[in-house]
Design a protein around this ligand. Structure first.
Ligand code: FES
Length: 247
């Protein structure tokens, strides 16, 4: 089994002790099959137990291990050490306040996600005994790629609009809103309209596409947001021509 020393340069910040963040470098004997998350776990277990970072599944499912790895938003459990150089820089996700070391505050995202009402709002509520809301495989195909989001926030760290405009609802929350708006079982457009298409909504997106480039689940937020702009335009003109109408 090949083991190679790597220099892992980690951003450290303890708000109770540090005035500003600083870098600390650790020498880690990395095994061939290790991912960056394994190197961080080694540091925590063997070198400095105070190093703080989030993770849960170690299999690119839970979305909690997002970090900047060599300046790119990345799931650290999916980033093989062997694909990087001898020195690897690891920082918390960009565009979010740091809580401690590699842990960011997700409060802004959670508030926006909640405002977007990302759940099925049916035209007629069914009781449990009525059975599930059903849809055909073709109806699912229309939205399937946009349903795979794991809320890892890599797209927010990559988004140049979110970096500058804090009111921007952002890629993941808008994609989830689009995903439910477009769901054949949903009738919640009116309840989502203001957040989705108003100030901070889809029209703030400048279609750079960085969100889709970094998305580890190929959710295509950039595409969902552009499709959302189309829906919003149709809704606007429909209501303009037929007051009381709309999507
Ligand atoms: S630890 Fe769950 S996505 Fe990386």
């Amino acid at each position: 089994m090949t083991v190679q020393n790597r220099q892992i340069e980690v951003l450290r910040y303890d708000p109770e002790r540090d005035e500003t963040p600083r870098f600390e470098t650790f020498t880690v004997p990395c095994k061939e099959e290790w991912v960056v998350l394994d190197a961080l776990t080694y540091i925590k277990d063997e070198l400095d137990p105070s190093l703080t970072f989030r993770w849960s599944c170690h299999m690119a499912v839970c979305g909690s291990c997002g970090m900047q790895v060599d300046n790119k938003p990345t799931l650290s459990c999916k980033a093989f050490v062997r694909d990087y150089g001898e020195k690897i820089r690891v920082e918390p996700l960009a565009n979010f306040p740091i809580e401690r070391d590699l842990v960011i505050s997700q409060d802004d995202f959670m508030e926006k996600l909640q405002r977007g009402r990302p759940w099925i709002i049916p035209e007629q509520k069914r009781e449990v005994e009525d059975g599930p809301y059903v849809q055909t495989p073709m109806q699912l195909d229309d939205i399937k790629e946009h349903t795979m989001c794991i809320n890892c926030l890599l797209c927010y760290a990559a988004c140049p609009v979110y970096a500058l405009e804090r009111d921007f609802v952002g890629p993941a929350a808008l994609t989830l809103m689009y995903r439910y708006n477009a769901d054949s079982r949903d009738a919640g457009w009116d309840e989502r309209r203001e957040v989705f298409a108003g100030h901070g909504g889809v029209w703030e997106c400048s279609f750079v596409g960085a969100c889709s480039d970094v998305c580890p689940k190929h959710v295509e937020p950039a595409t969902a947001i552009q499709k959302g702009k189309m829906d919003s335009a149709v809704d606007y003109f429909t209501r303009f021509l037929m007051p009381g109408g709309g999507k």
